[in-house]
Design a protein around this ligand. Structure first.
Ligand SMILES: NC(=O)c1ccc[n+]([C@@H]2O[C@H](COP(=O)([O-])OP(=O)(O)OC[C@H]3O[C@@H](n4cnc5c(N)ncnc54)[C@H](O)[C@@H]3O)[C@@H](O)[C@H]2O)c1
Length: 421
C-alpha cells in the first residue's frame, strides 16, 4: 500500500488543532468581493416532486439567511402537468410552469432564470445538466447524475465544459456542506488518524415506496410514476441512495476506487421491479485502500446509514468524531442544516465569483456506485474503465410522450463483464 504523504509539521498542526477542538475553514471561504445580499436569485426548477420542492424551499431559506431580498421562483417544470401546475400555484411560489418531456428546455431557456435546480429522477440528469451547461447557467443538481455508461459519459463531458465556462455548480451530496463532515475529514486528510487503512460505509434501511402497476396507464407512465424501481430512471438504490456514503469515502481519499467486487440480490422486494434490495461491495482504490460498502432496503432488518474510517492511529465516524488509539475522542462542531447550507454556498460562490463546481466529483461517486452495481449484477470484478468506456445505455431513444416505448430490459444476470485480471 502506498504511504500517505503527510508531513510531520502537518501532522503536529493537525494534532494540536484536534487537541484544541478548533474549527477548520468552512467549505466556501467568503472574501466579500461582492456582497451576497445584493444577489438577484431567479430560480428555475426541473422536477417538482418531493426533493425539487424541498430544494426550492431550501434555496429560498438560504437566500433569507444571506439577507438576499431579491429571490424568486420564475418557472417550474415537470413531465406531468398536474405536478408542475400544483407547485407553481403554491401561494409562496406563484411561478409560471411548463410540462412534458421538453419542460426542462423551456425552464432552462427562460431568460430570467439564473439559478437552475435539477431534481427529476436520476436517469434524466445527464441530459438536463448537459443542456444547463450549453446555456451556461449556474446550477444546483441533485444526485445521482448518471445511471449507466452512456449517461456517465454525457455528464462527465458536460462537467468539463461547465468548468471551462466558469459555471458554479453544487450537487445534492449535502454531506459535503455539513460542518461536522467538513471539519472531521479535514482532520483525517491532515493525518489525524495516521494512514487510512480502510473504510466502511452503509445505507441499510427498510423497503422503499412502491406504487402498484396501473393497467389503465402506459408502461412509460407506470414507470415514471414508480421510477425508483426501474433501472433507466433510478440506477438502483446503490446508486440512488448509497451514493451519499460512497461519496464520503471518496472525499476522504480525495479520489475514486479503480475496481469493485460485489454481490447482492433481491430477497424481499416483489412486483414488476428491476432493482435489487441488497448489495455488498468491496471497492479498491489505486493505492490498495479498501472501502467495504453495504446497502439494503428490506423491512425488519437493522438500519444503519453511516461511514467509518480506520487509520493507523485511530478511527473516525467522519460525520463528526475521531477516536484515538488511547481512547480519547474528538468531536467536530455541527453547523447549519446542510440542505440549506449547500444553497448558501452556491449563492456565495455566484456572488463572489468563486470557483465552485462539484459536477465531476459527484459524477465520480455515481460512477463508483454504478461500478459496484454492475459488479454485483454480473458477479465479476468490474473496473472504472469498464463503466466509463462501457456500452450500457438504458435511456429510451425517443422520449416524446406517455406512449413512447421503453427499451426492453435485460435481467441483470445476463449482463456480462470480462474478468478484469
Ligand atoms: N440529496 C438528498 O438527500 C435527496 C433526497 C431525496 C431525493 N433526492 C434526489 O432527488 C431526485 C428526485 O427525487 P424525489 O424524491 O423528489 O422524487 P419524486 O418522485 O418526488 O419527484 C420527481 C419529480 O420529477 C418529475 N419528472 C420525472 N421525469 C421528468 C422529466 N423527464 N422532466 C421533468 N420532470 C420529471 C416527476 O413527475 C416528479 O414530480 C432524485 O434524483 C433523488 O435521488 C436527493
Amino acid at each position: 500500500m502506498k504511504k500517505m504523504d503527510v508531513s510531520r509539521r502537518q501532522f503536529i498542526k493537525s494534532s494540536s488543532v484536534l487537541a484544541a477542538g478548533a474549527m477548520v475553514a468552512p467549505y466556501v471561504v467568503t472574501s466579500h468581493a461582492a456582497p451576497v445580499s445584493d444577489l438577484k436569485v431567479r430560480i428555475g426548477l426541473v422536477g417538482c416532486g418531493g426533493r425539487g420542492q424541498g430544494a426550492t424551499w431550501d434555496a429560498i431559506n438560504a437566500a433569507k439567511e444571506h439577507g438576499i431580498k431579491d429571490c424568486k421562483v420564475v418557472v417550474v417544470g415537470d413531465v406531468f402537468e398536474e405536478k408542475a401546475k400544483g407547485f407553481a400555484a403554491n401561494e409562496n411560489i406563484k411561478a409560471a410552469y411548463e410540462f412534458g418531456f421538453d419542460a426542462y428546455k423551456k425552464v432552462i431557456d427562460n431568460p430570467e432564470v439564473n439559478y437552475v435546480i435539477l431534481a427529476t429522477p436520476p436517469g434524466f440528469r445527464a441530459m438536463h445538466f448537459a443542456y444547463v451547461t450549453e446555456k451556461g447557467k449556474n446550477c444546483f443538481t441533485e444526485k445521482p447524475v448518471c445511471v449507466d455508461s452512456a449517461t456517465a459519459r454525457i455528464f462527465l463531458k458536460a462537467a468539463e465544459e461547465s468548468v471551462k465556462k466558469g459555471m458554479k455548480v453544487v450537487a445534492g451530496t449535502q454531506r459535503r456542506h455539513q460542518q461536522g463532515y467538513q471539519e472531521t475529514i479535514a482532520q483525517i486528510q491532515m493525518g489525524a488518524i495516521g494512514e487510512v487503512l480502510d473504510m466502511r460505509c452503509y445505507w441499510n434501511q427498510g423497503a422503499i415506496w412502491n406504487y402498484p402497476w396501473d393497467i389503465n396507464k402506459s408502461d412509460m407512465e407506470n414507470q415514471l410514476r414508480n421510477w425508483y424501481h426501474y433501472l433507466w430512471l433510478c440506477g438502483d438504490h446503490i446508486v440512488e441512495q448509497h451514493v451519499h456514503n460512497v461519496d464520503v469515502c471518496n472525499w476522504v481519499k480525495g479520489t475514486h476506487p479503480v475496481r469493485a467486487y460485489g454481490m447482492g440480490g433481491c430477497e424481499a422486494l416483489k412486483g414488476p421491479n428491476q432493482i435489487w434490495d441488497h448489495f455488498a461491495v468491496e471497492y479498491e482504490y489505486a493505492d490498495g485502500t479498501r472501502m467495504y460498502s453495504q446497502c439494503r432496503q428490506i423491512d425488519n432488518t437493522d438500519a444503519n446509514v453511516s461511514e467509518y474510517v480506520v487509520g493507523t492511529n485511530g478511527s473516525s465516524n467522519p460525520s463528526g468524531n475521531i477516536t484515538f488509539k488511547n481512547g480519547k475522542v474528538w468531536r467536530a462542531n455541527q453547523g447549519r442544516n446542510p440542505y440549506v447550507q449547500e444553497h448558501m454556498d452556491l449563492m456565495t460562490a455566484i456572488a463572489e465569483n468563486k470557483k465552485v463546481n462539484e459536477a465531476k466529483q459527484v459524477a465520480e461517486s455515481c460512477i463508483t456506485a454504478i461500478m459496484g452495481r454492475e459488479s454485483a449484477y454480473s458477479g465479476r470484478k468490474v473496473t472504472w474503465e469498464d463503466i466509463i468506456e462501457g456500452s450500457q445505455e438504458l435511456m429510451p431513444e425517443n422520449l416524446v410522450d406517455m406512449n413512447s416505448p421503453i427499451k426492453p430490459w435485460k435481467k441483470p444476470e445476463t449482463v456480462s463483464y470480462e474478468l478484469s485480471e
